[in-house]
Design a protein around this ligand. Sequence first.
Ligand SMILES: Cc1ncc(COP(=O)(O)O)c(C=O)c1O
Length: 434
Amino acid sequence: MISGQQTPLEHLTWSIRQSSLIKFYEAAIEQYGTLHLKELSFDQVGPHREMTVDGQHLVNFGFDSFLGLDQDPRVKQALARGAEKWGTQFGASRAFASCAVETALEQKIARWMGTEAAMIFPSVTLTNVGALPGLVGPGDVIAVDEYAHNSIHEGTKIAKAAGVRVLPFKHNNPQSLEQVLIDASPYRVAVIAIDGVYSMSGSIAAMPELNAVAKRRNAVLYIDDAHATAVLGAQGRGTVLESLGSYDNTIVVGCFSKACSVFGAFVACTHELQRLLKMRSSTYIFGGPVPPPYLEAISTVIDILITDDYRQLRDQLDQNIHQLVTGLAELNLIVLGGKSPIITVLVGDEELTFQAGKFLYDRGYYVQSVTFPAVPYHAGVLRIQINSNHLPESIAGLLSAMTEMKRHLPLPEANPDRLEELQFGSDRFVTLDT
Ligand SMILES: Cc1ncc(COP(=O)(O)O)c(C=O)c1O
């Protein structure tokens, strides 16, 4: 009840609490208490993903810094060099000015990716809510994968408010996409918004099939490749060139804050689109830039990606992924992904998902327990993120803790009859990434 004594701020706070998302979170916190593990604060981190939380030593399997570059001395030095040369920030929107390191870096990104041009944004989220709506207008359509990242869905809401028709299609399903586009026609322009790698399941987009539909239906693919940058494709260019052989019907968004372990994002596109997006992307125009120390660090990371050092880091990552996936296969659990460093074990029930995460945590291994609304209700998962600087003995330790966990907790087994029921496919799915 709203009391007559409430100030406007108290009333606002009360009304936020009425949202179903907050009610869900608060019920989960109350019900699952310390099982939840959502507010960990790391006191210390080590070179092989060791960490300390409240005095407890753990190995962290919950980091997107897949190549371990956050600990690389070359990257740390580049940050210091950038701060020395430019100061800590370049205090102007890029709509007015850029520092030279930024324009040079955009050319370097384009050379590395093999596109005509590139455009730096402070994050993939800001790209998806700025550039994606900037591509379309009234009379246009965005067809969006139902499981695309939350920030893509947020971007489509902005586009919708401007009169764009936003039409979801079934996850990674070219037939569904085609039907959506057939039903939507006639349209002026259609953009198909997808992820290259889906961050909750680790699954990879069916790019050639989706692109074939796109070309047949006069549409362009917009790919959020956040989880593929520096991980998949030659020199870490991501999923697109590898699977399509060219960028000719695509706009690619890459990420610097995951495997690259620095900060920022980019759009790889044609010169002309870059020029137009500078005028159409609200977050580019009205927001601040990536700080110059990070621009220097990104440049150093790209230098690493185009040398043999990258091969070594990537081989180490592949070996680690292989070790985990083979071990998990022996446990007969339901494992999604396995081609990228995001490996997901399907648990199902929310409480069981938290219990499983806590069981591993108590034995010194941190993996993320992910539940609704990031995944469908009753399709909770353990999300394991493998990094190249994980030690083989840590992965072996995690696997034996999981073996023990299987004896104590009723985890679903890889039984095809239950898969249907547990797989991500529910229309109750709400996209919300961590
Ligand atoms: C597919 C995808 N896109 C975007 C993001 C957000 O990226 P950023 O942190 O650069 O905003 C994530 C983060 O997990 C993601 O998985």
